[in-house]
Design a protein around this ligand. Structure first.
Ligand code: ADP
Ligand code: MG
Length: 395
């Protein structure tokens, strides 16, 4: 089975450093990395103040950085042909377009937050597939943010990392123009190896939850559907608006604020049937995150697999953000031996995850690939997700 390999971070960093030296005629000050992610569970609850459980992928983005003394910022990427060059003082939402929004946009947002940054050259390489729902965007932002912070000679404690999360969110929402709830940037900057991160999106507190599937002879298989059904029909915005309307109707700021004992009554009181299903997803999904954490801690992976399936059904039927490619991936994976599977990320395409006994990974990957071929779809991308480390300096 062909899987997308994360590569060895030390080798990738060395390679990028020598490309940087060849291109810019001087050594990079450092090479920084930030991971992509999958969300194990807790989908479409971040903007409702809910809980989610992302883990960092070993697949990461790398940024080589060196300062310039002429107040100019340049960015280039091995994944894109075009680059960007602009004066520090001219950076802003109106002056940066395309992929550099996610890189130069971070430099702008950090300066807006008061960082004293010099001009700089930034060169990017990545092993996170772009646009697959595995958060290549936040990996890019966070790798650049660490590089810029190093040029400012600021040490990274948790408070500084939290500030970088906010700057990266600002770059993505205000410069790239893509709505983002903060989950992706938080896991990129706070992820740890062999752990998932329980993230409370009401108060932004975090807790590391040990997660080492290999020790239980399991693997997490990620299926990149390579499908991306446009959200331009307002799929994301309309669901978010439904949630906000329901919260207002229920007299709470966030749907998370409805106490468990009041949830059945709250649902019964919602007049609109569609809104009721949206809210039911949010209530039940937040509960499933708590259950999943308990199942992980108890090592009960059979139960965790069932929780994944319940989450998928809720996203498919109540929240209506799945699609045929995701449903086929989930159903086929389970039919071929996965303990459970679900769509991960915003939906309408992107990726699915499957919890698979290690010795069944090839069979499950093969079955999903065959199911796509039968339908005349392009082959899915496959990768196994061992829990990777968070953003850090490599050299
Ligand atoms: P995801 O974050 O799920 O991969 P997004 O649509 O949020 O999908 O972000 C993908 C976009 O981020 C790409 O289209 C590109 O503009 C930018 N991007 C991400 N990684 C890179 C990279 N290594 N080089 C250049 N641009 C990148
Ligand atoms: Mg993204």
């Amino acid at each position: 089975m062909d899987t997308l390999e994360p590569g060895d971070p030390t080798t990738l960093a060395e390679d990028l450093a020598s490309r940087f030296a060849a291109e810019h005629g001087r050594q990079a000050t450092g090479v920084f990395t930030a991971p992509g992610r999958v969300n194990l569970i807790g989908e479409h609850v971040d903007y409702n103040g809910g809980l989610c459980l992302p883990m960092a992928l070993p697949h990461a983005t790398y940024a080589a950085v060196a300062p310039r003394d002429d107040d100019t910022v340049t960015v280039s990427s091995r994944q894109e042909d075009d680059g960007f060059s602009g004066r520090l003082g001219d950076l802003g939402p109106d002056t940066i377009t395309g992929w550099p929004s996610y890189a130069a946009g971070v430099v702008w947002a950090m300066r807006e937050a008061g960082w004293q940054l010099p001009g700089m050259d930034v060169m990017i390489d990545s092993r996170v597939p772009l646009g697959a729902g595995l958060s290549s965007s936040a990996a890019l932002e966070c790798a650049v943010a660490l590089g810029a912070a190093a040029l400012a000679e600021v040490d990274l404690d948790d408070e500084v990392r939290s500030g970088l999360v906010r700057a990266c969110m600002r770059a993505e929402s205000e410069v790239a123009g893509a709505p983002t709830g903060g989950l992706d940037q938080t896991i990129a900057l706070f992820g740890q190896a062999e752990a998932a991160l329980l993230l409370d999106c009401r108060d932004w507190s975090t807790r590391q939850v040990p997660w080492d599937p290999a020790s239980a002879d399991l693997a997490l298989l990620v299926v990149d559907t390579r499908a991306s059904h446009s959200l331009s029909d307002g799929g994301y915005a309309s669901r978010r608006a439904d949630c906000e309307r329901a919260a207002a109707e229920l007299g709470v700021e966030l749907l998370r604020d409805v106490p468990a004992a009041d949830q059945a009554g709250a649902l019964a009181g919602l007049a609109d049937e569609q809104v009721r299903r949206r809210v039911r997803h949010v209530f039940t999904e937040i509960d499933r995150v708590t259950e999943a954490v308990a199942q992980l801690e108890a090592g009960d992976f059979e139960a965790l697999g069932r929780t994944f399936l319940a989450s998928h059904a809720s996203l498919r039927d109540d929240y209506e953000v799945s699609c045929e490619e995701l449903d086929v991936s989930v159903d086929t994976a389970v039919g071929a031996g996965a303990l459970g599977a679900r769509m991960t990320g915003g939906g309408f395409g992107g990726s699915a995850i499957a919890l698979v006994p290690t010795d069944a990974v090839d069979a499950v990957g093969g079955a999903v690939t065959a199911a796509y071929a039968e339908r005349g779809w392009p082959a899915p991308g496959l990768l196994t997700a061992t829990p990777g480390a968070g953003a850090r300096r490599l050299r």
